[in-house]
Ligand binder design. Sequence first.
Ligand code: ADP
Length: 546
Amino acid sequence: MHGLMMDTPLLITDLIRFADRNHGDTEIVSKTVEGEIHRYAYREAHARARRLAKALQALGVKASDRVGTLAWNGYRHYELYYAISGIGAVINTINPRLFPEQIAYISNHAENTALFFDLTFVPLVEKLAPQLKTIRHYVLMTDRAHMPARSAPGGSIPNLQCYEELMAKQDERFDWPSFDERTAAALCYTSGTTGNPKGVLYSHRSTILHAYGAALPDALDLSARDAVLPVVPMFHANAWSLPYACTMVGAKMVFPGPHLDGKSVYELIEQEKVTLSAGVPTVWLMLLQHLAATKSKFSTLDRTVIGGSACPPAMIRAFQEDYGVTVFHAWGMTEMSPLGTVGSLKAKQATLSKEEQRAVQAKQGRGIFGVEMKIVDEEGKDLPWDGKRFGNLLVKGPWIASGYMKGEGGNPLKDGWFPTGDVATIDPDGYMQITDRSKDVIKSGGEWISSIDLENIAVAHPAVQEAAVIGIRHPKWDERPIVVAVKKAGQALSREELLKFYEGKIAKWWMPDDVVFVEELPHTATGKLSKLTLREKFKDYRLPTA
Ligand code: ADP
């Protein structure tokens, strides 16, 4: 017997219609590329999204067409999120930090028919345009006053149009169409450390379910009392759902545009009374440096979500103890929309010491309802949730990819489960801890050494700014770990001192074989340590122990 409840489709435009109705005067504030502050509220954002939907249709964009963006976090990008998906087309948010050849590959693979981009990217688009085979319309996300002259930079982009001019030609009388909730809505390519990037194609249904999950108290804990600053870019896995989940709950949104340095982020947080922010550890490093250098404190920031790569315990301590900001350590991936786990405490942990609580928070967190997890050994056999045994982490659920755009890479699933490529433990309370990416784990004498654990210890040293641990070939042990570290400005630290710092914190055979100090470490386009580049750089490195 079927239930007798309405079967209304879960559509992305329902979010903005809801926010207009219920939170019409709640603000969306953007720091623009030009540096000014733009502010409006959900009601106007919705009106402009409807105009934009008409403008897209006037350009000939039809259901299922893909439309690319190269843009920072800002109100126009937000409008594009809703207008493109709202007419049944697909928004392809491209990471502008990728190599130009990768951007061209992605746009051609997605077969984008139009490209919307911020002023910052005029030189990039000029250079790329001859390679972008499917784009019929180039739209600069600005007003007439900021449009380049024909002979100026950008003058050579074919068919260049002005966002605000396209909008001005339309009115807001538009009814969002209804369609199957499984319709594709957004397309995001994973950076793909090897081979070409692969496209993850989200649906309306997966996006709404993921937004519900993201907003839960034990996930991002979002409400209409929050002002949220997504530092995580809208071109990186939908800014972890914030443009959707904030709209769902009617939270104020604050977009930083390209201004991601510590000072700018701090000022925006203070000025707009931000209560929650989210981003990768690298950005928080810049913010913490700024706070320390200027002896500043937060007046409203209450919690921060840190994920994308492992958040070092030292960073959790600094935020919580020095600045009174609770850290939610989160884990996920583009293929998971991206949220999988978030680390919040349970009632029984409330009486633990601060240090014990931080040890729980340093794990990657508990699964959100909607994400099933399991860990398996090399043969694919289930491993117990004892917090000790580690194995390959697999996931399953309605916001997890079942395959890639155009079937690229074949069927990724194993018996219906998605292999994350991460190696993890899960404890009896359900807290998952990543010990490594399967390709970064260091294999020494048939056993595994966690590069993340060794990195966390290095960055806990007061003189260390950032550290990466990689495996180096060893004639006897197969691989041995070395620490590649950046010292804090003006700090002295020797190889021996850092190695001494490891003593008593790890098993003897985990002790790094060497320490190398460098000026800076390589990062990927999503702000993570690029171990691949680092391994490449150190491929001829001779261990002192070899
Ligand atoms: P890319 O690496 O191409 O940017 P993703 O953003 O999808 O792609 O990265 C997902 C991966 O990032 C995960 O599989 C995991 O290895 C790593 N990751 C994400 N969050 C965390 C975290 N909190 N701790 C450790 N690793 C993380």
